[in-house]
Ligand binder design. Structure first.
Ligand code: 7PJ
Length: 285
């Protein structure tokens, strides 16, 4: 089955006929420290507007850090961070907004505030999440993670990482469909860095085209991740742009429909080259 090309995100369109960029808007404390010139909210809105100008197709708003070792936050804390911003942005921008959350309550509130997609690193495994997502009736990204953020980098293990991730994602797709979420509203993501060693991440990137067989669009988030830092010799986060671009281009060439990134302009430029070459293939073959 071929993946749907146009997604309806609560009335706003996401066109996946060519690879698109999802811009990351991180609302965890200190993500917008700029010496106090702007309030955190103004700075976040400004950053969203900039990502739109740079060619993002969707903005992903998150209020909980899921980095390795991160501590959980309450639903209330997460909502205080993301809901006012989603409300403001949804009224002002033509692009869909996705909410990066695992909690049913946050999903419900975010979608009522205008979010058009749910991006869940837990693939709707938290209690009530399947039901909340089914009711919300917006597209959902199901991400693979082995373990939980606090401990996931302690000795992750796979028999065959590509096969294991694919099997997990197929099971979550089946669980969603059984709960009343139509398959044409689902997206999958192998979850780079979530319970994976560097060799696991590399094998996944190499074998990414195998996930196409799941028949739904593929989302990939590699931007500035530690696998890039490790390959560049323990490079600092701000110095990972060129490595991130190479990984984004490879992922797009292997069929990824959405690239979740920090550096929107640079990634949009790089993906234009991939799209142009993919378009030639479509015309000639
Ligand atoms: C991902 C995510 C990812 C999806 C984060 C970071 C860590 N959502 N949320 N895929 N990563 N779907 O951006 O470094 O890879 S948070």
């Amino acid at each position: 089955m071929s993946a749907p090309k146009i997604l309806d995100c609560a009335g706003k369109t996401l066109d996946l006929s060519q690879p698109q960029v999802m811009g990351i808007l991180n609302l965890t404390p200190d993500s917008f420290s700029d010496g106090g010139r702007f309030t955190a909210r103004d700075a976040a809105i400004k950053h969203a507007m900039q990502m739109i100008d740079e060619g993002a197709a969707i903005i992903d708003v998150g209020g909980e850090s899921t980095r390795p070792g991160a501590q959980p936050v309450t639903a209330q804390q997460e909502m205080d961070r993301v809901i006012p911003l989603i409300e403001t942005l949804a009224g002002e921008i033509p692009l869909p907004i996705s909410v990066d959350t695992s909690k049913a309550e946050v999903m419900r509130e975010a979608v009522s505030a205008g979010a058009g997609m749910i991006n869940d690193v837990m693939a709707l495994r938290d209690s009530g999440a399947l039901e909340a997502a089914a009711e919300a009736a917006v597209p959902v990204c199901l991400m693979h993670m082995q373990g939980e953020p606090r401990t996931m980098q302690c000795n992750p293990h796979y028999d065959d990482v590509v096969d294991d991730v694919k099997t997990f994602l197929q099971q979550r797709l089946d669980a969603c469909v059984a709960s009343g979420i139509p398959q044409d509203r689902l997206i999958v993501d192998p979850g780079f860095g979530f319970g994976k060693t560097l060799p696991h991440n590399l094998a996944l990137l190499d074998g990414l085209q195998n996930l196409d067989q799941l028949g739904v669009p593929l989302l990939v988030g590699i931007s500035r991740k530690s696998m890039i830092g490790a390959l560049l010799g323990e490079r600092a986060v701000e110095e990972r742009l060129y490595g991130s671009l190479a990984a984004a281009v490879m992922a797009a060439m292997k069929g990824s429909a959405i690239l979740r990134v920090h550096d929107v302009q640079a990634t949009v430029d790089a993906l234009k080259i991939v799209s142009a070459v993919q378009a030639v293939n479509l015309v000639i073959k």
